[in-house]
Design a protein around this ligand. Structure first.
Ligand SMILES: *[C@@H]1O[C@H](CO)[C@@H](O)[C@H](O)[C@H]1NC(C)=O
Ligand SMILES: *[C@@H]1O[C@H](CO)[C@@H](O)[C@H](O)[C@H]1NC(C)=O
Ligand SMILES: *[C@@H]1O[C@H](CO)[C@@H](O)[C@H](O)[C@H]1NC(C)=O
Ligand SMILES: *[C@@H]1O[C@H](CO)[C@@H](O)[C@H](O)[C@H]1NC(C)=O
Ligand SMILES: *[C@@H]1O[C@H](CO)[C@@H](O)[C@H](O)[C@H]1NC(C)=O
Ligand SMILES: *[C@@H]1O[C@H](CO)[C@@H](O)[C@H](O)[C@H]1NC(C)=O
Length: 643
């Protein structure tokens, strides 16, 4: 009977290098539970603060996190009665969408802009004094709310505020709505994309691409285009980057008067070389750039028609190069003067012959011919057992003075994967199980300077530490093999510690090895020290009992085996997963008396994890104990370790 239970509990995972090396269950207190499920949530977080703004159904939640808990302020924002009645009377949207879903919370300069679907008739408010919502229409700076928020929450919207005080909004295409990219708030002219530039776009994200020259600052929009008339054997999606310059002030009558004059778009590919395995639907995108530099990396989350998700990485330099040098699709004449789409300050000489000509070129030929391909040619090598639903990224300065990218991937089953991405590989540092329910991660926000990650599902919002170095264990090997760029081994204090801010690489003495799994920096002494034997736990059972000995699996990149003292013999795990279990085998039935040691081998070094001394006892007490508790007692012990 127990044998069968074992089968179903442990016979699940297989050891594979691309799986998460460590698995953690997080019970931490800083979490907020919604009173009812929030199926659409928007988030706003300003770096360096402890406050997270969450837009839900007819509610703005202002959550202030501390290490001990969450203080919440809830501001109700009901939809208008008339809008709700009109929405309910319509056939089209599902009735559940006839409410005020808060789709946009953004801080533009010092003004908080909040917009919601308002039951099919979008509306915006300004958040005043951190607590009061006032109607935004009076402010004079804001465009039409229906350009900022979609009418229904299932239509995805993107909003982005620049430090120049403008708000940019992109709405996905749904039904009769064509989709749009607009500037919707601020003192600059409010502009839009021409409808013909976008083919049923589904937006995935937007990012500011900085430049040391402020007027060369750009915004990239990421979206998929959907060809409704594609044949069944054709992939209808194409992933795209669209870009505009933030200095853009629109064209000159009669060309592009209220439209972008710097819009260009490119096709993005994500897949292995020229194989058929291409991922054409971009779902989400994040950009990591250095301050004021046009350098960095773009991570895109893509899916294929079967719903399989992957991450592709792109170089911002490559994309910038393509936009500034590629030929334009359908245009072969040479350019005169500035290249069309170049970011230039508007000045009195504008309106000359060249400008008009360039406007015409952009209007009719905004697409570049060059295709944007991922670095390393293929998607990142990541576990495939769970789909990725959301991603954020951080850039970390390591003790070797190099910058490393860390990705956080939220999954369909409510987990978060922490991934180190180097030029060599993608290494899954750990998998975090955060939530009691297994609902998908819907949204995340990251705060590099403060070292926090916010993760939201329909049920709750939780905050995690980015540098949680204590979890890795108390030896140099444990710390180094974690390959976590936020953590280093402090030789003096003999602890795995977060890299302090302002750490001086020439005087500091922390050690790390991020480029490969190799703990030789810990020295030979450390390796030898780990060879030490653990003291065996006594297991006394009746001679007729089948004994199962559990060994907790910590690193899923290590190989676990059992060894018996005084025998030149080793036993494989009978079942593995979260525990490597030694049990009766065909040859040794039942197990002989003696000392059994569980050995883990990783990075060429063998360490002892746990040991048991097995003794058979025919005495009346031991026999009854064994028959009632026997292996189930050991099972319980195993279950405790997994927590
Ligand atoms: C915001 O606070 C200021 C100063 O306390 C007050 O004068 C003002 O009336 C408040 N505004 C709103 C909309 O409550
Ligand atoms: C935002 O701040 C910038 C710079 O301080 C200023 O130029 C701009 O007019 C402000 N925008 C709004 C909408 O207040
Ligand atoms: C959509 O697909 C059809 C069928 O292959 C093709 O003829 C058409 O040109 C495509 N439309 C666009 C805008 O690519
Ligand atoms: C604007 O003026 C600068 C110098 O003042 C000049 O170099 C530039 O070409 C002008 N831009 C346009 C679009 O005419
Ligand atoms: C690091 O320490 C060295 C030696 O004390 C000093 O010369 C250097 O300026 C420090 N670097 C930084 C970035 O503080
Ligand atoms: C670890 O690194 C050391 C020093 O760089 C090297 O000698 C050793 O071969 C490496 N070990 C493995 C398993 O790669």
């Amino acid at each position: 009977m127990n044998y069968l239970i074992f089968m179903s509990v442990f016979f699940s995972a297989v050891l594979a290098e691309k799986s998460a090396r460590l698995k953690f269950l997080v019970h931490g207190p800083p979490r907020f539970h919604f009173a009812k499920p929030e199926n659409y949530i928007s988030m706003y977080h300003q770096e360096g603060t402890n406050t997270l703004y969450v837009g839900g159904k007819a509610m703005v939640f202002i959550l202030t996190f501390t290490d001990r808990g969450v203080r919440d302020l809830q501001i109700p924002v009901e939809s208008d009665d008339t809008a709700k009645a009109t929405c309910m009377a319509k056939a089209a949207p599902p009735k559940l969408e006839c409410d005020n879903f808060i789709t946009v919370v953004q801080k533009v300069n010092d003004t908080f802009v909040v917009c919601g679907t308002n039951a099919g008739s979008p509306k915006c408010w300004l958040l005043v004094n951190e607590t009061v919502l006032t109607d935004a229409q009076g402010s004079g700076l804001i465009g039409s709310p229906s350009d900022i928020s979609p009418p229904y929450p299932s239509q995805k919207a993107i909003s982005l505020a620049t430090d120049g005080g403008s708000l940019y909004s992109a709405l996905s295409s749904v039904g009769g709505h064509t989709g749009s990219i607009r500037r919707t708030f601020g003192s600059q002219k409010l502009l839009k994309a021409e409808n013909v530039w976008l083919l049923n776009p589904q937006f995935a994200g937007a990012a500011i691409i900085p430049s040391s020259l402020k007027y060369k600052e750009e915004i990239y929009f990421f979206f998929s285009e959907f060809n409704k008339t594609a044949r069944v054997d054709e992939e209808p999606y194409r992933a795209r980057i669209g870009r505009i310059c933030t200095v853009d002030e629109g064209g000159i009558k009669p060309l592009l008067t209220d439209s972008w004059t710097t819009f260009m778009k490119a096709r993005m590919m994500c897949g292995s070389g020229s194989t058929q395995q291409q991922y054409n639907n971009i779902r989400q995108a994040v950009v990591l750039t250095a301050q004021d530099k046009r350098a960095g990396v773009l991570y895109g989350l893509f899916s294929n028609p079967w719903g399989r998700t992957v991450i592709c990485a792109y170089s911002i330099e490559d994309i910038d190069q393509a936009f500034s040098t590629s030929k334009l699709r359908g245009y072969s004449s040479p350019f005169t003067g500035n290249r069309p789409g170049t970011c230039v300050r508007r000045n009195s000489t504008a309106g000359g012959h060249n400008d008009i000509k360039n406007l015409g070129i952009i209007r009719y030929h905004p697409e570049i011919e060059d295709v944007i391909r991922p670095v390393g040619v293929a998607p990142l090598d990541l576990p495939t057992d769970d789909q990725i639903t959301h991603t954020v990224a951080d850039i970390v300065l390591a003790v070797n003075d190099e910058h490393y990218s860390v990705l956080y991937l939220g999954t369909e089953q409510g987990k978060v994967l922490k991934v180190l991405h180097t030029s060599e590989d993608a290494f899954v540092i750990a998998q975090y199980t955060l939530f009691h329910n297994e609902g998908p991660v819907q949204n995340m926000a990251i705060d590099g300077p403060k070292g926090h990650l916010y993760v939201g599902t329909a049920m709750e919002v939780q905050r995690l530490q980015l540098a949680d170095c204590g979890r890795y264990g108390d030896t140099c090997r444990d710390c180094i093999l974690s390959r976590d760029p936020y953590c280093g081994w402090d030789r003096a204090r003999r602890k795995c510690v977060p890299i302090p801010t302002g750490y001086n690489i020439t005087t500091g003495s922390l050690i790390q090895n991020l480029d490969q799994s190799n703990a030789s920096v810990c020295g030979v002494a450390a390796a030898a020290q780990k060879q030490h034997k653990t003291s065996p736990k006594n297991v006394v059972v009746g001679s007729s009992t089948s004994v199962f000995l559990p060994c907790p699996v910590r690193s899923f990149h290590a190989t676990y085996r059992w060894e018996m003292d005084n025998f030149m013999k080793s036993y494989p795990c009978l079942f593995s997963g979260d525990s490597c279990v030694l049990g009766p085998t065909a040859v040794d039935l039942p197990l002989k008396e003696g000392v059994f040691r569980c050995m883990a081998t990783e990075d060429g070094v063998k360490t002892e994890v746990i040991s048991y001394r097995l003794v058979y006892n025919a005495g009346p007490l031991a026999a009854s104990l064994a028959s009632t508790l026997g292996s189930s007692l050991l099972l319980a012990v195993a279950a405790l370790w997994l927590l």
